[in-house]
Design a binder for this molecule. Structure first.
Ligand code: FES
Length: 103
């Protein structure tokens, strides 16, 4: 039990990218899932593999920035990226590589 808790805490503190995959269906409701976030995640993971970068890309249901999707965030406690497209992948990976988690 204690080991599990320690492992969970370690995972929570590991630098990772959280990407919204939420899909909203109401009229005029923009969403990350509806804007192609799952395709973005595939492309991100492929690029990270190519670069041999071991960052997790974690799916999340809504980051509260629905009208600015695709939204993602570096965790723990890192910056948000909004209106993300696949052209932004190099910028996001660069930010992951240089991110220093808050102490
Ligand atoms: S739908 Fe992506 S932030 Fe809410």
């Amino acid at each position: 039990m204690l080991i599990s808790l320690l492992l969970m805490m370690n995972e929570e503190n590991t630098t990772r990218l959280v990407v919204c995959v939420n899909q909203r269906f109401g009229p005029g409701q923009k969403s990350c899932g509806g804007s192609g976030s799952r395709d973005l995640i595939v492309a991100l993971r492929q690029q990270l593999d190519r670069l041999k970068q071991d960052f997790e890309v974690q799916e999340q249901v809504c980051l509260g920035r629905c009208q600015q999707g695709i939204a993602c965030r570096i965790a723990p406690g890192g910056p948000f990226f909004t209106e993300v497209t696949q052209k932004d992948i190099p910028t996001i990976i660069h930010a992951l590589q240089h991110f220093k988690p808050p102490v």
